[in-house]
Ligand binder design. Structure first.
Ligand SMILES: [Zn+2]
Length: 283
């Protein structure tokens, strides 16, 4: 059986892939590795959160189209959807058909089927806290991690699992850059309750820097990552990132992507600039 090849990223909503691992995916694709995005939900609760009594639902086709656009911008294969509905933020009440209400064993089994079909060498997903604790992020991490474990035990299965994480040392810089970018974009709306809860969880769930095994500098593909994020127009709250001043802040915020190599566990103190299991051809 031929060796597994390439990278499969498994994320819950359209846009999570671009924020978390868009640079790594673009670099891997540019180096000739097959790269796929498995999107677990259709993101249909991705409306602007916060206001009580507001209908958060979006036409799922909009977000699916946005992800297709993002995959093109990153230079990776067309997205694959598992088709669950977005569960919405905590306290919104998960709709019927949502990931939150799905049987975890069924989600895992469907992921394993995709892994068997695609035969990636490495899998990337959120870490257990899901960056800010969104119920879909947490469930995606748990089910994708279990799917990796099962598939890795099969002949020709994937050889490495990475969790995408936010290092503690970047919280302050990221928050400052986001504030600055909000100000420049003319977004004067005060943060909503959901925003505040999200910011609190973001700080609480960030990982100690010493946990991080893999820091990928993505400067050479930052334009691709920003183009991919721009595709997710329904989630951007009117942000425009072309302004050179804004862009400088973005380099601070997005210049590196950070991961924990979960399997195979590295030796203590071992640090990587690239995940194992991919072909880099000198890049
Ligand atoms: Zn998400």
């Amino acid at each position: 059986m031929p060796a597994p090849r390439g990278l499969l990223s498994i994320f819950p909503h359209p846009d999570d892939e671009s924020y978390g691992a868009g640079g790594l995916m673009a670099l891997a694709a540019a180096a000739g590795n097959p790269v796929w995005v498995l999107c677990v939900t259709n993101g249909d609760q991705g409306g602007r959160p916060g206001e009580v009594g507001v209908d958060h639902s979006l036409d799922p086709d909009i977000r699916c189209r946005e992800l297709t656009c993002a995959c093109e911008a990153l230079g990776v294969a067309e997205p694959i959807f598992l088709g669950y509905r977005d569960s919405g933020m905590e306290g919104w009440g998960a709709p019927e058909g949502s990931l939150a209400l799905a049987d975890p064993a069924e989600v895992v089994e469907r992921m394993v089927e995709e892994i068997r079909r695609l035969r990636p060498a490495i899998i990337v997903t959120f870490d257990p806290g899901g960056i800010y604790g969104h119920p879909d992020h947490v469930k995606c991490s748990a089910t994708a991690t279990e799917a990796f474990r099962l598939a890795a035990a099969e002949p020709g299965g994937p050889i490495a699992l990475y969790h995408q994480v936010m290092p503690r040392s970047r919280i302050a810089a990221t928050r400052a850059a986001m504030e600055e970018e909000r100000r420049r974009s003319g977004d004067t709306a005060p943060p909503s309750e959901d925003d505040l809860r999200q910011q609190e969880a973001f700080a609480r769930l960030a990982r100690p820097d010493e946990d991080i095994t893999t820091t990928v500098a993505i400067g050479e593909v930052l334009d691709r990552k920003l183009a991919a994020l721009a595709c997710h127009d329904s989630q951007m709250r009117g942000r425009r990132w072309e302004d050179p001043e804004v862009r400088r802040g973005l380099e601070e915020m997005f210049g590196h992507e950070t991961f924990v190599r979960v399997y195979p566990a590295p030796n203590p103190g071992d640090l990587e600039e690239r995940p194992i299991g991919l072909e880099w051809g000198g890049r």
